[in-house]
Design a protein around this ligand. Structure first.
Ligand code: H2U
Ligand code: ZN
Length: 345
């Protein structure tokens, strides 16, 4: 019998990090008797006097936020990374450690406490993209790795509903981007092309896994997706880092984000939780021609606003696994309207 990836258990290869995952499409109809998390129906105000991110409010260290009216960036008051002149300690092969320098920032997307990215205007979203780009540019002068990300929703451990993202910059390139660096270099050496540019071209032609696309950007549920509704967002020309985007590409990215994040919210009629983040070539990197900028979106939801996927059991011990196929997930997202459910009536 020939492998039918819509029916048979199979493994798919993630060429970006060089790892395989298990896909079990035959299982997606199984009955669900597990945990039902309460659907987060949050009614928020545009301004919350208790919120440490709202304009004019006091943060926990006493600092008062300015009365900002666009995106607002500040140094994280509880940073995971610190700058300092710390030297590496002695190294035994079994007890290795190394020093790391860095800094952490918080980016409030807008003064509104109650409007997430898809609820902002494309002009406001472009303002956020512009900040991301400026921060990458500025911090890239001092740090090899600038991780721009958003952790959204209480299920993802986000502590404050005021829409915001974070930036962690470090002088060491972390594990995942290092794997992506190695894999992309290998692909370019072997096939003479940019892995993710060739991938975007093939996905655009096949259409099956495309969620949305425009002249400059393509959003797909990648062939190798682990999270049920994972999305890989790709530029359609070679771009190594965020600051290389011109204003037209930024504007087009704003439209793209609004569309794909609206589809996310519409899927389960909820503010769709996820962790998203940008990966571009490390700064001050010897060889970066194999790099293609991209953004990952990792949402935990599986079958409703309250039923999430857990990465446990086989996944913690053996390898990642999914039930619904990337093709099914892409079709479900693609058919969602581009008008936000809160605005539709
Ligand atoms: P998350 O809820 O997405 O984890 O982010 C909130 C961040 O804001 C978190 O990193 C920081 C936390 O350290 N923060 C401040 O910098 N100042 C504060 O007054 C509270 C929280
Ligand atoms: Zn707020």
């Amino acid at each position: 019998m020939e492998l039918d990836i819509s029916r048979h258990p199979h493994r798919r290869f993630n060429p970006l990090i060089g790892e395989w995952l298990l896909v079990s499409p035959h299982r997606s109809q199984r009955p669900w008797r597990g945990q039902q998390e309460a659907a987060p129906v949050q009614r928020l105000r545009a301004y919350d006097p208790q919120c440490y991110l709202c304009p004019g409010n006091r943060r926990s260290n006493g600092t008062i936020n300015p009365r900002y009216n666009g995106p607002f960036v500040f140094d994280n008051d509880f940073p995971a990374l610190l700058d300092g002149d710390v030297e590496d300690g002695a190294k035994h092969p079994l007890f290795q450690s190394e020093a790391i320098q860095g800094l952490c920032r918080v980016v409030c997307f807008s003064p509104s406490h109650d409007r997430t990215l898809p609820e902002l205007s494309t002009r406001e979203i472009q303002g956020v993209i512009n900040i991301w780009s400026q921060q990458a540019e500025e911090l890239g002068q001092r740090y090899r790795w600038v991780q721009i990300f958003e952790n959204k929703g209480t299920v993802m451990g986000c502590s404050n509903p005021h829409p915001h993202g974070q930036i962690w910059a470090a002088d060491r390139v972390p594990e995942t981007p290092l794997k992506e660096d190695y894999q992309q270099a290998l692909y370019t050496q072997t096939h003479g092309r940019l892995m993710l540019l060739e991938y975007a071209e093939m996905e655009a032609a096949q259409e099956e896994r495309v969620v949305a696309g425009n002249d400059h950007w393509l959003a797909v549920v990648p062939y190798w997706a682990i999270w049920p509704y994972e999305i890989l967002l790709l530029p359609r020309r070679p771009v190594r880092r965020l600051p290389e985007l011109d204003s037209e590409e930024q504007a087009s990215l704003a439209v793209m984000l609004k569309i794909m994040l609206t589809k996310y919210d519409n899927l389960f009629k909820t503010s769709f939780p996820y962790t998203m983040g940008w990966h571009g070539a490390p700064f001050d990197w010897e060889e970066d021609h194999h790099w293609q900028l991209h953004a990952h979106f990792y949402p935990p939801l599986l079958r409703s606003a309250s039923v999430r996927k857990f990465m446990v059991g086989y996944e913690m011990l053996a390898e990642a696994q999914r039930d619904i196929t990337a093709e099914q997930a892409a079709a479900a997202l693609r058919q969602q309207p581009e008008v936000h459910f809160k605005d539709a009536r």
